[in-house]
Design a protein. Structure first.
Length: 409
């Protein structure tokens, strides 16, 4: 059989594919982008004559996909988080609970909104720890929870929402890694007051940069649209509340100039239609690779609960029983042989990967001992959607051989 992404070089497996290669834009998106460039009206609003309504259509289509009333497109996932926090009422000095395992733009957005992040511990399945959430909600007096479904891992949302109801917490969901995912049949992004998505190149949809905020709350929606920088042109939105709702907010919301461009929307619209088809493919790749990796000594891929319908564009595993030196040897052999694995336990932040104790601007963090232990062994790799069954076997062979060499070195 043809095996383009593997090579028998030497006597060990090598993966020749590029795990960092982005997914191409569907032809329909390319055509729409070209049409728009010919027209020249890349800004989403028109003044005398309206522009092509790509952004408004995307928002309408994404809201329909999510089953939410409103949607606002913005310029990045991080800005979506910032806008959602502000639109939900976060003011300077407000405490915002957030799970300690997340990516740098999440505490970044909280800081940007003037909030103070209160880190909540995680479990060995990489999700927020319910008991610690309960404790920290009580002890900190926070009124907000940013629940970040980091790398697509979804906590028991019934338990999370129960704690939030008890402590009257406003929930904002970071769905940067859960587009199309659900918990017990309910889509992530529909549990809280507002939810945020990213369209950055390595997410489930790719427009380079881009973000979406969804909500069912008309005041949050109007504030989000105004904050995103709609000027007084918000009537051109489609997935928006009635115009009289804007009257309540239009003198009070700063214009933060975080708009989505029509070009981004044009590229994204056909991708929204593909989410479910792509999710099924990602789940198939993940299931195959997870099964293979879990057989390698020192590697554990935590099982996923049945209620968690996840969309795995990446795979995480824990390394156990290895010294830091052995982990470093394992990673460097794997990388040398074409499998780029990232390590959350590395002492220094590198590339996209950093950890809560690297975010020193947070000040004195509340203790998250389980997160410290879990992150120490946590590895992460991207799963491009084009991976074949043969690719999965080659990747597993590379990691298996790297482990034998590292653990016996
Ligand atoms: C968990 C998480 N949330 C939010 C973001 C922010 O998205 P963006 O890169 O679009 O700003 C990212 C980005 O990688 C992320 O990983």
């Amino acid at each position: 059989m043809d095996a383009p992404n593997s090579s028998p070089a030497g006597n060990h497996a090598v993966f020749e594919g590029d795990l960092s290669a982005p997914d191409p834009i569907p032809q329909e998106g390319i055509d729409a982008a070209v049409r728009l460039m010919r027209d020249g009206r890349l800004f989403r609003y028109g003044e005398d004559r309206t522009s092509l309504p790509e952004a408004a259509l995307l928002e309408e289509e994404f809201a329909a996909y999510m089953g939410t009333r409103f949607c606002a497109g913005v310029n990045s996932g991080g800005c979506a988080l910032f806008i959602a926090l502000k639109a939900c009422g976060v003011s300077p000095g407000d405490k915002v609970l957030v799970n300690a395992f997340t990516l740098a733009p999440v505490p970044g957005a909280i800081a940007h909104a003037g909030g103070e992040a209160v880190l909540v511990d995680i479990t060995e399945r990489f999700v927020i720890d319910i008991d610690d959430l309960d404790r920290k909600a009580r002890d900190s007096g926070a009124r907000y929870l940013m629940v970040s479904y980091m790398r697509g891992h979804i906590p028991d949302m019934d338990a999370v929402m129960e704690v939030c109801r008890r402590h009257d917490l406003t929930v904002i969901e970071d769905c940067a890694h859960t587009m199309g995912a659900s918990w017990d049949g309910r889509m992530t992004g529909t549990f809280g007051k507002a939810a945020c998505f990213s369209a950055q190149t390595f997410k489930h949809v790719n427009s380079g940069e881009g973000g979406l905020v969804v909500t069912d709350d008309e005041d949050v929606a109007a504030r989000a649209i105004l904050l995103s920088g709609s000027y007084m042109l918000y009537a051109q939105h489609r997935a928006r509340p009635d115009l009289d709702v804007f009257e309540r907010h239009r003198y009070d919301m700063p214009n933060c100039s975080m708009r989505m461009s029509s070009l981004v929307a044009a590229v994204l619209r056909p991708q929204v239609r593909l989410i479910d088809e792509r999710s099924a493919k990602w789940r198939q790749i993940h299931a195959e690779l997870a099964g293979l990796l879990d057989r390698i000594p020192h590697i554990t891929v935590p099982p996923r609960p049945e209620k968690e319908q996840f969309v795995p564009s990446s795979l995480q595993f824990s390394l156990e029983g290895l010294s830091d030196e052995e982990i470093e040897t394992f990673l460097s052999i794997a990388i040398e042989r074409g499998v780029h694995v990232k390590w959350f336990g590395a002492p220094e932040p590198a590339g996209f990967t950093s950890r809560h104790d690297h975010w020193r601007y947070l000040g004195k963090a509340t203790g998250v001992p389980k997160a410290d232990a879990v992150l120490h062994g946590l590895c992460d790799m991207r799963l491009p959607i084009w991976l074949t069954s043969h690719d999965c076997k080659t990747i597993a062979a590379v990691l298996g051989e790297a482990m034998v060499e590292a653990a016996n070195a």
